[in-house]
Write a protein that binds this ligand. Structure first.
Ligand code: T1G
Length: 678
């Protein structure tokens, strides 16, 4: 098989080129070819400088993640990087696309780096539960200082070329389309000069002007890093760069890297990396299915969901016509959208010009006729089948043929909604999660008649608006809410049996969720949907509302809140629950956190098994993608189905049996056969 690496001598410069689609991952053949290229440069006296570049869409985007967990084959990436850096002829990295992970480390091993303005450079290993493993944590701080290196290594976001130039990660910007030529000229200009080797830099030794930066960084990013092992390891590695010799620092990095590589968190996060990409693929629908052009979107309803949904399209530069029934509701809705954008601008995440640009694409209307030329219309009206069928019938009459009609319903039957139209093939569900302009998950609900091109268009469009889309079949609650209802059912039962409601929340918090169900209730507002009659008390929630416990906004809900919104369990609430429990004749008992965790999470796994069995989800990893992006399931456990594999399906079944909870046939048979979901 021909090597993905080719070499060409242009005058006195050796150009080493990688052509390893799709992203020039640094697989064994690439590493071998790079090493041989550097050896060639050393042997040939006519070669006075070297350029390393990549064909295709990007410079090396990292080690080949598919090789992880397999027996390593030499040469290792650290070996290749050291060979590059040891060259006594200047080596220039010519960067376009995304120089990430091992790709950035190859660039750091080069003596110089030039990049096109659209390029990005980064060390995202931490997003895979790892840290850089080819001396990135030791070279980068020596090149740009620990303070600039810390976020790159411990958070893992890439920096654009302009910023890379500013912080010294890149030496020069090249013209788009002239990268190779500029790199060769740049390399020639360095012939005869002393070779700058990053690993020899000691800038970082005294470059850490303020050793407190590490604790300050931890304090500032604590919430984001909560529960993850890799960020702390990354901080340790960067710290070591300022305290140890290069040799000792790389040994420290290797030790930290190997520990993470063999840990559950990295296995889970690597699972998620491929799971998110697999979710894009629709079984039985070819990747080259023709797509329906979406140039104009209609949204029915300018409430919280409708407005949030609209913002996704406006932010992606797609014009939106938004319809309400009353002018006042329309004005309120568009006002909220502008306010949301302005708040984002205040946080420096967009400019006011961008705010105005997005809002300029919005056309508010009270007239269905203005939706006629939309290519896609999404309704976000009241969750009532009758109302939705009425809206779809009207859309079917008004909107041009061939347009997609989508419902944002969170659990209603899409096939029944489609039956209200003469175009069921063009009907599907696009279930956004609140706040719709923030949450990444989009459940794409495939009706029994939904056409392949409608489905493929929706999946592609989801990516354009920055969503992670997962295909779901038609069943109550689709994938996420269907599993959530099982957890909520147990949460409500547990507190009726004597479990402390704060233990229920704490179990989920300690597991890694952002909050538990009772905290969530206080945040959203206990009084949502309350009938406002304090004399009519039939549920715990109604009792809380009757006692004025509306949630955080009232300073009290399930919890009492201080001015900083810190929560304290309430004896009054504990008594309210106990009264309900005794009225229902429930025997009370102390319930351990272990039992709470098993009863909250195992039924979700069981429901996931049923969803798979019924074909409501294409694959177990899709369920993981739903829960990580829609409900805050901790990424470092890989999602409910991967987590169940990790603890063992036999343990899940034994737990469910011990609590007298349902075990689906497929889950039990998988457990008995020693199988995994993923
Ligand atoms: N290894 C193997 N396959 C990869 C890959 C990688 N590093 N990156 C992408 N792919 C596949 C991906 O699965 C998909 O396959 C296709 O390429 C297109 O990807 C030693 C240890 C580069 C920004 O973490 O962030 O280096 O689905 O759909 O949206 O210190 O891919 O087509 O079959 O994502 O244009 C560090 C991971 C690795 C970068 C492009 N590097 N990749 O995004 O395309 S660890 C990363 C990305 C490491 C060293 C350490 C993105 C991208 P398929 P895509 P995209």
């Amino acid at each position: 098989m021909s090597s993905p690496i080719s070499t060409e001598i242009q005058g006195n410069v050796l150009v080493i080129t990688s052509d390893n689609p799709p992203v020039n991952a640094l697989g064994q053949a690439v590493r071998q070819g790079l090493k041989e290229g550097i050896e060639l440069a050393a042997q040939e006296s006519g070669i006075e400088a070297v350029v390393i570049k990549c064909d295709g869409r990007t410079f090396f985007a990292g080690a080949d993640i598919t090789e992880f967990g397999k027996t390593p084959q030499g040469p290792s990436l650290p070996e290749v990087c050291d060979a590059i850096e040891a060259s006594d002829k200047p080596v220039v990295a010519a960067i376009h696309g995304t120089a990430l992970g091992g790709g950035c480390e190859v660039a750091l091993a080069c003596h110089y780096r030039i990049a096109v303005p659209s390029a990005k450079l980064g060390l995202p290993e931490v997003k895979l539960g790892l840290i850089p493993g080819a001396a990135g944590t030791q070279r980068l701080p020596r090149l740009i200082g620990a303070e600039a290196a810390l976020p790159m290594v411990a958070i893992g976001n890439p920096v654009p070329a302009a910023k890379a130039l500013k912080i010294g990660l890149v030496d020069q910007l090249a013209d788009e389309g002239r990268l190779a030529g500029d790199a060769i000229a740049f390399a020639r200009s360095k012939i005869g000069q002393s070779i700058p080797r990053t690993s020899e830099g000691t800038a970082n030794q005294d470059g850490v002007k303020n050793p407190d930066i590490f604790d300050e960084f931890r304090a500032k990013n604590g919430r984001k890093m909560r529960g993850f092992d890799a960020p702390n390891a990354a901080i340790e590695a960067v710290k070591a760069a300022g305290e140890l010799s290069y040799a000792d620092g790389t040994a420290k990095e290797r030790e930290l890297f190997m520990k993470l590589m063999s840990g559950n968190q990295s296995r889970a996060m690597r699972h998620y990396f491929f799971a998110e990409r697999a979710a894009n693929k629709i079984d039985g629908v070819s990747a080259d299915t023709s797509l329906i052009p979406i140039n104009k979107v209609g949204i029915i309803g300018a409430g919280t969901m409708g407005g949030g949904i609209a913002m996704n399209f406006l932010s992606a530069g797609i014009p939106v016509t938004i319809l309400e029934m009353q002018q006042e509701a329309l004005d309120r809705g568009t006002g909220v959208m502008r306010k949301n954008y302005e708040n984002t601008a205040k946080r420096g995440r967009m400019t006011m010009e961008q705010v105005d640009g997005a809002m300029a694409l919005l056309s508010p209307t009270l007239d269905y006729g203005d939706l006629a030329d939309c290519d896609l219309v999404i309704e976000a009206v009241y969750e009532s089948m009758d109302v939705k069928k009425e809206v779809f019938a009207k859309l079917d009459e008004t909107v041009k043929d061939g347009a997609i009609l989508a419902s944002n319903t969170s659990y209603l039957n899409i096939d029944e909604i489609a039956s209200a139209t003469k175009r069921p093939g063009y009907v599907l569900g696009l279930h956004f999660f609140s706040p719709a302009n923030v949450m990444k998950l989009l459940e794409v609900v495939r009706g029994k008649e939904t056409r392949d091109d409608v489905l493929a268009t929706s999946m592609k469009l989801s990516k354009k608006i920055g969503k992670v889309a997962v295909v779901s079949g038609v069943c109550p609650g689709f994938i996420g809410n269907r599993m959530l209802s099982k957890r909520q059912e147990q949460a409500n039962k547990l507190i009726m049996e004597g479990a402390n409601y704060w233990d229920v929340d704490d179990v989920l918090l300690e597991f890694g969720f952002p909050m538990g169900p009772f905290q969530m209730g206080d945040l959203a507002g206990i009084d949502i949907g309350w009938h406002r009659d304090p004399t009519k008390v039939t549920t715990v929630r109604e009792a809380l509302c009757a006692a004025g416990r509306f949630g955080q906004k009232a300073g009290k809900g399930f919890y009492d809140y201080d001015e900083a919104r810190n929560r304290t369990p309430s004896d009054e609430v504990k008594q309210i629950i106990a009264d309900f429990a005794s009225k229902a004749g429930n025997e009370q008992r102390d319930i351990s956190k272990d039992e709470i965790r098993e009863r909250l999470l195992y039924p979700m796994v069981n429901e996931g098994a049923k969803i798979l069995e019924e074909g409501m989800s294409q694959r177990a990893s899709d369920i993981d993608v739903v829960w990580i992006n829609g409900y805050g399931w901790p990424l470092y456990t890989g999602g409910p189905m991967f987590w169940a594999d990790t603890i063992g399906l036999d343990a899940v079944v034994a737990g469910l049996d011990s609590h007298g909870l349902e075990v689906s046939a497929s889950l039990r048979s998988k457990a008995e056969a020693g199988e995994r979901f993923n």
